[in-house]
Design a protein around this ligand. Structure first.
Ligand SMILES: NC(=O)c1ccc[n+]([C@@H]2O[C@H](COP(=O)([O-])OP(=O)(O)OC[C@H]3O[C@@H](n4cnc5c(N)ncnc54)[C@H](OP(=O)(O)O)[C@@H]3O)[C@@H](O)[C@H]2O)c1
Length: 288
């Protein structure tokens, strides 16, 4: 039995799971490939329905690994394509109108699927945003992507994006957000909340570091949960945030999915605020 994951909503009303699986650092080593394929299938069996990847991860290796895992999972009846949200990202140096189209076609071939549900510009480069958005529009017209969005965009970048005619069609912004990277709470998070634009929190466990942080561990111990669950429940306390922790180990996958059922009390949040101070002024966007 799997517990349904809470959902968020994209601006056009499409539901999207509040928790997904990250794949950075996967698809880089041949000797780990089988274990990674099994981890993705394990995740799907547990109930994960959102997977985040990028052409950058393993220079196509993560998408290729994921393509195999998805085919195996579909054949074994472990998941259905129509129930999944697959997110991938285009490099900024592929972000010209034709470059976006070509990069997406390569990603689809590696992923062995007909369309990407949410296709993001990985970070802002030198290509004018209007050109990238033209590429996204062409992909949408051909049914190769369903939604598009951005990643590592700060508030000023979002303002510039929204000033373009197609800008407000952006479906999400994926940024670094964790207990130790709270700068976006000052302006970007409220800016997105006002527009009901989901924020995808990457590295929500600080690449594993928060699972051994003394304050988080002490609170976790008192509540009878894991420290990673505290870190995830904390980012998920905000209704517009989606978390995409990466995990290969089965115990981690299970632990992270269960975090969607955890609530933190006002006293728990105050304790975390004392250890990880909320921002009191504008900070430049943190990036990993
Ligand atoms: N858009 C961007 O620029 C950008 C940048 C960075 C990341 N991302 C995306 O966000 C995803 C997540 O970020 P991330 O991979 O940097 O870091 P993360 O999800 O914060 O941490 C992943 C690490 O934490 C460990 N872990 C996972 N669950 C755990 C648990 N319950 N208890 C203890 N340790 C646990 C994992 O171990 P095991 O793997 O051994 O289980 C792995 O080493 C990426 O995979 C990627 O898809 C996007």
């Amino acid at each position: 039995m799997t517990t349904p994951t809470p959902q968020r909503t994209l601006p056009d009303g499409t539901p999207i799971p509040a928790l997904g699986l990250g794949t950075w650092r996967m698809g880089e080593r041949a000797d780990l490939r089988d274990a990674e394929i099994l981890a993705v299938r394990d995740a799907l069996r547990m109930g994960y329905r959102l997977i985040d990847t990028a052409e950058m991860y393993g220079e196509g290796g993560a998408e290729t690994m994921l393509g195999v895992a998805l085919q195996q999972a579909f054949s074994a009846g472990e998941a259905r394509r129509e129930d999944l949200t697959v997110v991938s990202k285009v490099y900024p140096h592929h972000a010209s109108t034709q470059g976006v189209v070509d990069a997406c076609e390569r990603s689809l071939r590696r992923l062995k699927i007909d369309s990407i549900d949410l296709y993001l510009l990985h970070w802002r480069g030198d290509t004018p945003l209007a050109q990238t958005l033209d590429g996204f529009a062409r992909l949408q017209a051909r049914g190769l992507i369903r939604h598009w969005g951005v990643s590592n965009f700060d508030t000023q970048d979002m303002e510039e994006l929204y000033a373009l005619p197609a800008g407000p069609q952006c479906a999400a912004n994926q940024v670094y957000y964790s207990l130790s990277a709270r700068g976006i709470e000052f302006d970007l998070l409220p800016w997105q909340a006002e527009r009901r634009l989901p924020l995808m929190a990457y590295s929500p466990i600080d690449q594993g570091a928060l699972s051994s942080h003394a304050t988080v561990l002490a609170l976790a111990h008192r509540l009878g949960v894991s420290a990673a669950q505290i870190a995830l429940a904390w980012v998920l306390r905000q209704p517009e945030v989606i978390a995409i922790p990466k995990a290969v180990r089965s115990a981690h996958l299970r632990d992270n999915l269960a975090a969607t059922q955890r609530q933190l009390s006002a006293a728990d949040l105050a304790l975390l605020d004392a250890a990880f101070a909320p921002p009191r002024r504008k900070h430049g966007l943190a990036m990993i």
